[in-house]
Design a protein around this ligand. Structure first.
Ligand SMILES: Cc1ncc(COP(=O)(O)O)c(C=O)c1O
Length: 379
């Protein structure tokens, strides 16, 4: 079946008890046993529940994995994937990853004996040079948040295989509709489902989609042992969001391109970072490895004062963290999402004081452009 059909139907079979076309929300913590040791497949909601199973089946299908596990947030999913490693193992991480990933590694996992290096994974030679005998995992975000730098997934997958390392790709910015890392050779995909998969900014969630049974066994162990699995209501919300993923992403792609072109032509904008523009240094790679250019973009206004003027004058675009919802969100990465990065690391990663990030929603694009245009007049 096609992507949109799978997104609507996999895991969403009509309820066998009542015929309800939409699966009920199983808002229960425990399940009564028919007799000692005899269950109907569920015993306790931390371990598993029908809404979680349904969502996990759908995600595995959409990403082309063999299994999926969903968590209370993207960070919880990413944390569980890092816990596949052991003390002394070495990990290579894309520089300019999401600030929360940077914080998790440098302020928490570093104390548990994990070794890691932040590397420009857009450069396969630099990635190869960073590999050590103890390297067990390469963790890539593509495009990076908020600098929109791409990593060639197939090239890094080749490197990972040569060195018996696991390649993990954070696919949050594009969703499985626009990019399928497992088909390009990655072993694991992670998501902040809070973003495009849910799409409506009404819950947080995370996912790990896997290809190897040994990873599935370990991640399921972690999910039920740490109690980080996603709750029934939130699984239901994400499942509902996924049903419209294909049509939403089509519109996101169109609006993202139109807004990027508008900003690119605006005299007050110093540069626009959007892989869909021919001026993006990796435009050709984006066209090759993605099915769409997405709706995330950043642009530089040259100074914090200019960025502040714009952010304080937008009316339709909402000044907020997060991304991937139907509504357009605007943010200042250096002071918001990436505030936990030391300033020198941020600057080196290209996250300047004048950089503004847009998550272009699916409103009428003329309204979005008019809003940005009036706000830019104040800069
Ligand atoms: C690319 C990316 N990965 C992971 C995360 C973490 O996800 P969550 O906020 O759901 O924990 C985020 C959050 O913004 C993100 O942008």
């Amino acid at each position: 079946m096609g992507f949109a059909t799978d997104a609507i139907h996999v895991g969403q079979e009509p309820d066998p008890a009542t015929g309800a076309i939409v699966a009920p929300i199983y808002q229960t913590s425990t399940y009564v046993q028919e007799e000692l040791g005899k269950t109907k497949g569920y015993d306790y909601a931390r371990t598993a529940h029908p809404n979680r199973r349904a969502l996990e089946r759908c995600l595995a299908k959409l990403e082309g994995g063999s299994s999926a596990f969903v968590f209370t947030s993207g960070m919880a999913a990413i944390d569980s994937v890092f816990r596949l490693l052991r003390p002394g193992d070495h990990l290579i991480v894309s520089s300019a990853v999401y600030g929360g990933v940077y914080r998790l590694l440098t302020q928490l996992l570093a104390h548990f004996g994990l070794e890691f290096d932040f590397v420009n994974t857009a450069d396969p030679a630099a990635t190869r040079a960073a590999i050590r005998p103890a390297t067990r995992m390469i963790y890539v975000e593509t495009p990076t948040n908020p600098t929109m730098i791409l990593t060639d997934i197939a090239a890094i997958a080749g490197l990972a295989r040569e060195h018996n390392a696991t390649l993990v790709v954070d696919n949050t910015f594009l969703s499985p509709y626009c990019q399928q890392p497992l088909a390009l050779g990655a072993h694991i995909v992670v998501h902040s489902m809070t973003k495009y998969l849910n799409g409506h900014s009404d819950c947080t969630g995370g996912a790990a989609i896997l290809t190897r049974p040994e990873d599935a066994e370990r991640i399921y162990f972690l999910q039920r042992s740490t109690g980080a699995g996603l709750a029934p209501m939130d699984c239901w919300l994400v499942s509902r969001g996924i049903k419209t993923l294909a049509v939403r992403m089509e519109q996101h792609n169109k609006n993202g391109m139109a807004v990027a072109q508008f900003l690119d032509a605006h005299p007050k904008v110093k540069r626009v970072l959007y892989p869909g523009l021919a001026s993006h240094p990796q435009h050709e790679l984006a066209a090759r490895q993605q099915r769409g250019f997405g709706a995330m973009l950043s642009f530089d206004l040259g100074s914090l004062a200019a960025a502040t003027q714009l952010l304080n004058h937008v009316r339709l675009c909402s000044l907020a963290e997060s991304l991937g919802g139907v509504e357009t969100l605007i943010s200042h990465p250096a002071l918001m999402t990436h505030a936990s990065m030391p300033p020198e690391v941020r600057e080196k990663a290209g996250i300047t004081q004048g950089l503004v990030r847009l998550s272009v929603g699916i409103e009428d694009v003329e309204d979005l452009i008019a809003d940005l245009d009036q706000a830019l007049a104040h800069v």
